[in-house]
Ligand binder design. Sequence first.
Ligand SMILES: NC(=O)c1ccc[n+]([C@@H]2O[C@H](COP(=O)([O-])OP(=O)(O)OC[C@H]3O[C@@H](n4cnc5c(N)ncnc54)[C@H](O)[C@@H]3O)[C@@H](O)[C@H]2O)c1
Length: 370
Amino acid sequence: MKVLITGGAGFIGSHTADLLLRRGYEVRVIDSLEPPVHRHRDKPGYLSDEVEFIMGNIGDRDAMEKALQGVDAVLHLAAYQDYLTDFSKFAVVNDAGTALLYELIVNRKLPVRKVILGSSQAVYGEGKYQCSEHGTVYPPPRPLAQLERGEWEVRCPSCGRNMKPLLIDEAKVNPHNQYAVSKYSQELYALTLGRRFDIPTVVLRYSITQGPRQSFYNAYSGILRIFTICLLNDMPPIIYEDGRQLRDYVHVGDVAEANVVALENDAADFEVFNVGSGQATTVLEYAARLNALLGKDIKPRIPGEFRLGDSRHAVSDISKLRGLGWRPKLSLEDIINEYLHWAQDRVVASGLHTEAHRVMKQLGVVRSRR
Ligand SMILES: NC(=O)c1ccc[n+]([C@@H]2O[C@H](COP(=O)([O-])OP(=O)(O)OC[C@H]3O[C@@H](n4cnc5c(N)ncnc54)[C@H](O)[C@@H]3O)[C@@H](O)[C@H]2O)c1
């Protein structure tokens, strides 16, 4: 069985390629080696020689037609991910790219038996809460004026009380930023066209995924990369809001296994699943654990800044995918240890991180409380 992985030279795609090869699949990758993820646009050394590699863009009809020839299943991971304000690029790469994938499968009558879409926890926006007065609430984004006052917790839109965050199940989405809108729109294309044209399709909403091979140059690749770079350069990491935000962090190997479960299990067809750790960790706890594992004691800086479009708490309920026999196997400690081991010889100057922070401030993405 041959699987095409779009964006397969990236982080999640390459780990999934390794797993598929170990399980006896043939793997083809199409990837345009986008900077800054691939800084010099070279095929990454970690990509197995057994992978058939096509350098190409998912928006290029000819390249995609070539990539889809003789393929039984597609894992669609190529995507534009950033915090920047080039809104149209999210729609072009993520949404038009997904529409083109289905267009080619349908119009060329390609015998693709399954499409798995890598979506994101970001589609939940501000998530799911419990208000002591109004029950379950899916709140809108926190108002700018509230954030500018440094009042970070999510309030009930009806009574203004602070609310308790709940685990987020798959039932309801509420995308709040350009990336999340584009990921949800991808989901709609994939599930609608999949059902309509009988192409079994599965949507997986990954939580923050971590592990070796996360690009050092990608501003989107987050906390582990940024904090590691800072601490190894003896600089305090900057924490947005107050650091008490809850997140769940899942190991890339667990995500690769979820992709394979979705691929191999007919019961997954036309369903949406969260893929996370199910464990809540605050950003402050994360910084403390990383410090401890590095043998450092560098206090983070908490200047009262916030990133527009960020959600306060985001921890996914993973019981639905557990129902198919999948479960996360690696802890946050495992994730950090493995990453540090990998990153040791690769850590780059802290200037990269401060530059990304400067650009986000310039664009008004990162703002300060007043
Ligand atoms: N990493 C996470 O924490 C996370 C969380 C939620 C969802 N996701 C989703 O998972 C998928 C994979 O993420 P990742 O972390 O592996 O990202 P990544 O940036 O490491 O990999 C993405 C790959 O896609 C390629 N690519 C981008 N645009 C392309 C285009 N137009 N044509 C061809 N290739 C293109 C890039 O060169 C890169 O190799 C994405 O769809 C992302 O939205 C990731």
